[in-house]
Design a protein around this ligand. Structure first.
Ligand SMILES: *Cc1c(COP(=O)(O)O)cnc(C)c1O
Ligand SMILES: [Zn+2]
Length: 414
């Protein structure tokens, strides 16, 4: 496992040894996000490849330990992550006007979101690096997930969330035993404060945007999706974009699978941002690798990111794949939440934003009618009940406990 050869800066290309640097490139500063580089040849020489993967009975994301930055013998958290279902919804395909529509339901992870893939790896890494205390700034899911894995590994967790974080996510943090700071301010404020506290107080910072290992965990989403779709790779893989680690991680995983011959072609990546937090869409349109930060404002709290930290990796993933980045309104997001639920899957706003993006891309002709699409549904709808109530746009009927009352209510509803 863990044939890491270097940490490479995405801005200046400098390489560092794993023990030389903790988060970002010392020469570029916080925008110098590091990419974990592996010795694929050595892995291959050690027998890693399609046969070994196929023979591995482990259905959790630890089946990809060979491609993760974890040293042999590390204690792994016992609650399984990954192995999430991937299934077709033919009626939804028809509604969206595509030939096949697949959902990869990441809401089935132990704390209810895709973030479990990243937090589990970061928590193991924290222990390995000798930290007893971890911290994280998050709009909610990364934090609740880190809290869940800290509980399993006996780590102390300090969490910084912005005021708009949904109640359900705060409850998750508290029940998993984390200390929670609700920061009076935006996600950006929470993020800055967390970084400062980590540096000053000696905590390990899991904030996905700067932590080079979190994205390696997210990579397992791409590895798993690729294995599940081997031999029938879709034309598009769709996911919502906040900081950009999720889309970049999935892309990296897919590329690794092709490198090892598990899949023979790559899909195009369709990234969707919410209109109220779409700096990467702006960069995408202008063809730049820079973006201006915006005042984020969207119902999709998990992607309410005004200053994406991993935008460079995200933009490159989309460009390399021949994909696109689109933006959708909050109304479109809530409509997508209701639409998907009408087909039996309940996602939080950020979990369905990519679905609204598919619809948008279909309308504008970016996605064609003969194309096959996978949407990575990143978070459970139970994470944010208030948004679900808005999306449902209907109210329960309060009645007396009598059949007459039921009949009267049915009559009134006619
Ligand atoms: C974090 C998150 C995303 C976006 O991931 P980024 O790495 O920030 O782009 C999407 N959906 C959900 C549910 C999330 O929690
Ligand atoms: Zn650099």
């Amino acid at each position: 496992m863990g044939q890491v050869t270097a940490l490479e800066c995405v801005r200046c290309g400098r390489s560092y040894r794993e023990d030389e640097v903790l988060y970002t490139c010392p020469s570029c500063g916080p925008s110098g996000i590091l990419d974990v580089v592996y010795d694929y040849e050595a892995l291959e020489a050690n027998g890693f490849g399609p046969e070994r993967l196929a023979a591995n009975p482990d259905r959790t994301h630890w089946r990809y330990l060979d491609l993760l930055p974890i040293a042999p013998g590390a204690a792994l958290p016992p609650v399984p992550v990954g192995g999430t279902p991937l299934f077709q919804l033919p009626d939804l395909a028809e509604r969206l006007g595509v030939v096949e529509m697949w959902i990869k339901d990441e809401g089935r992870n132990p704390t209810g979101s895709f973030k479990d893939r990243a937090s589990s790896v970061a928590a193991v890494k924290a222990r390995q690096l000798g930290f007893q205390t971890v911290c994280c700034a998050s709009t909610g899911n990364a934090a609740s997930s880190l809290a869940g894995f800290s509980a399993q590994l006996g780590l102390t967790a300090f969490i910084f969330v912005p005021e708009f974080a949904p109640e359900e996510k705060i409850a998750q943090l508290l029940i998993f035993g984390a200390t929670v700071f609700v920061v009076k301010g935006s996600y950006l404020d929470a993020y800055e404060l967390c970084s400062e506290a980590a540096t000053t107080l000696g905590w390990y910072n899991r904030s996905a945007a700067i932590n080079p290992y979190a994205i390696e965990g997210k990579k397992t989403g791409g590895l798993e999706l690729g294995e599940q779709m081997a031999g029938r790779m879709p034309d598009w893989v769709s996911v919502s974009v906040g900081d950009g680690c999720t889309i970049a991680g999935i892309w990296k995983g897919l590329k690794e699978l092709r490198r090892f011959g598990v899949i023979d072609r790559l899909p195009r990546m369709l990234g969707t941002q919410a209109k109220g937090a779409a700096p990467l869409v702006q960069a995408w349109r202008s063809g730049e690798e820079q973006w201006a930060s915006v005042e984020a404002n969207t119902v999709a709290d998990s992607i309410s990111v005004g200053q994406p930290r991993n935008g460079l990796k995200a933009l490159r993933a989309v460009r390399e794949s021949g994909g696109v980045l689109v933006e959708v309104s909050d109304d479109q997001i809530l409509a997508a939440e209701a639409d998907l639920a009408a087909h039996g899957v309940f996602g939080e706003p950020a979990g369905v934003t990519g679905l609204a993006g598919i619809q948008q891309a279909r309308w504008s002709g970016l996605v064609g009618p003969d194309e096959r699409v996978v949407h990575v549904m990143t978070g459970s709808g139970l994470k944010d009940a208030a948004s679900a109530r808005r999306a449902a746009d209907r109210e329960p009927t309060v009645i007396e406990p009598s059949l007459g009352a039921v009949q009267a209510a049915l009559e009134a509803a006619r």
